[in-house]
Design a protein around this ligand. Structure first.
Ligand code: GTP
Length: 284
């Protein structure tokens, strides 16, 4: 299947990003912990040049804990502030404030030398669609947050959330586009549900997903569906249909229904915590 990403509002997204980036000191980039490279924007390093940076591995509850640690080490080794978080439960969120202070140390020091004290760090959350930006902002800002009104000298309509004396967050996240011309990336985004499912063919998507899981977590397919993990993806999909009793009229296996169930099981973590992207020579 051709995994086609429709850039849609990419030009607008880029323009907004370029406009907002001028206003901030810190870029908080959210990625999906299950595919930490494919869920990044290919131009983020260029767009965020000269800004402090934090990368958050969101949805870490759905990803393999062993690989969460390895990916944290990977980004830390590249000099980035990094944490694994779960925006739904708030896991890891508390540690962000300390990390902000750490990555913005130079800026705070620079301000202090110039006699500027108590100027808050201004941050913006960015990430591709569906990575959890809104959930994260709600969780990070919490109920205690107060929206500050429009500030003089700031582009009209911008709203800042004051988290504490030292940190303000732009209330609207920057939506970035993924590396949409890359088929592997497109496929992984389709697996996690970051591509419009309506443009995808369910059983082909399911077979591609089975192919990926079979390589990395063969036992999961065996345990949940009693499937032979060395079988062909289509045979494994048939096993899914049998184990979940997906039959259409005439006792035929309903592979489309089975595909939906399998994809849902993966996306909701019922198949287990899985990381589908590994550190290899391509991204080292
Ligand atoms: N399991 C899990 N689900 C999460 C987490 N963070 C967000 N989600 C879910 O992911 C889905 C997308 O979250 P949103 O906050 O709407 O994502 P977004 O990046 O703002 O999406 P766009 O508005 O499309 O750009 C929602 O169903 C969230 O509940 C997380 O850490 N773990």
């Amino acid at each position: 299947m051709n995994y086609q990403w429709y850039p849609g509002h990419m030009t607008k997204a880029r323009r907004m990003m370029q406009e907002n980036i001028k206003l901030i000191d810190l870029v908080i980039e959210l990625v999906d912990a299950r595919i930490p490279i494919s869920s990044r924007n290919p131009d983020i390093d260029e767009l965020g040049k000269g800004k402090s940076r934090i990368i958050l591995l969101n949805k870490s509850d759905l990803a393999d804990p062993v690989w969460n640690k390895k990916w944290v080490e990977y980004f830390a080794a590249k000099g980035m502030g990094v944490l694994e978080i779960n925006s739904r439960t708030g896991m890891g969120i508390k540690s962000i404030q300390g990390l902000v202070q750490e990555v913005c140390k130079e800026k705070i020091e620079r301000d202090r030398k110039r006699g500027i004290v108590n100027r808050p760090v201004r941050a913006m959350v960015v990430g591709i669609p569906n990575v959890g930006k809104s959930t994260f902002i709600n969780s990070f800002a919490g109920k205690a947050c107060a929206k500050t009104g429009n500030k003089p000298g700031v582009t009209k309509g911008k709203q800042w959330i004051r988290l504490n004396k030292g940190l303000e967050l732009l209330d609207t996240p920057g939506i970035l586009w993924p590396k949409f011309e890359d088929q592997q990336v497109g496929m992984r985004l389709a697996f996690i549900g970051s591509m419009n499912d309506e443009i995808l063919i369910p059983d082909e998507l399911a077979c591609d997903l089975i192919g990926a899981i079979k390589e990395l977590y063969p036992k999961a397919l065996q345990e949940r569906y009693a499937a032979d993990p060395v079988g062909k993806p289509i045979e494994i999909l048939e096993a899914v249909a049998e184990s979940r009793k997906c039959y259409s009229k005439g006792e035929q296996l309903d592979l489309v229904k089975a595909s939906g169930l399998l994809i849902d099981d993966f996306r909701s973590g019922k198949l287990g915590r899985m990381t589908l992207e590994r550190i290899d020579s391509d991204n080292e």
